[in-house]
Design a protein around this ligand. Structure first.
Ligand code: IMP
Length: 193
């Protein structure tokens, strides 16, 4: 079965193909001939993720899923949340984003946070959303060269290493994106049995 994952991010595509195995063939935006910059104009992960999936389904009529993720920090009332990619400015720099978060958390007693992903899947039978959360905390300095985004400042609960220090294979076992995706995979597999 062919499904489009509405992204061109190679890390995400590899991560997802690994989880899905051979039963599903994942096509990127490029693979289906979509070169548009799909907007993320809303104030919630649910709406942005749905908008991306709808954009593709309407134009290409192929089963599609799209994700939207945010880092939600308790002491910042859930920020950066849906604005995680551009928190430090429109250039979407991971360095600037982390610098801003660290500055805003200076002196904060509660450094707990979570990554939350909403995966929206659409096919001819409807629209379905799946949530994945990984809880943890923000440390006060960067550690590790791996991963991307806020990984060097986030330690998941039950670990001593940041997502930037953990091997990708280990991050992939517990990450927000993988958790939402696993729910989607269960759903797809149950329908194709
Ligand atoms: P997206 O919705 O997957 O594009 O994620 C939005 C933003 O959240 C990214 O630009 C990153 O700043 C951050 N983010 C998403 N997933 C991760 C992750 O696995 N580790 C660290 N940061 C992430």
């Amino acid at each position: 079965m062919k499904i489009c994952f509405a992204t061109n991010n190679r890390n995400k595509l590899e991560e997802i193909q690994q989880i899905l195995g051979d039963s599903f063939e994942i096509l990127s935006l490029k693979d289906i001939g979509c070169f548009d910059d799909i907007a993320e104009p809303h104030e919630s992960l649910e709406e942005n993720s749905a908008e991306k999936a709808e954009y593709i389904y309407t134009r290409y009529q192929i089963p599609v899923f799209a994700d939207d993720t945010g880092l939600e920090i308790v002491a910042l009332d859930g920020a950066p949340g849906v604005y995680s990619a551009r928190y430090g400015g429109p250039e979407r720099s991971a360095e600037r984003n982390m610098t801003k978060v660290l500055a805003e958390l200076e002196g904060a007693a509660d450094r707990s946070a979570q990554f939350r992903t909403i995966m929206t899947y659409i096919d001819e039978s409807g629209t379905f959303q799946f949530e994945g959360i990984v809880k943890g905390r923000i440390i006060s300095e960067r550690r590790g060269e791996g991963g991307f985004g806020y990984d060097p400042i986030f330690i998941p609960d039950g670990y001593d290493q940041t997502f930037g220090e953990l091997p990708t294979s280990e991050k992939n076992q517990i990450s927000h994106r993988v958790r939402s995706l696993s729910k989607l995979v269960e759903f797809l597999k149950s329908r194709h049995n």
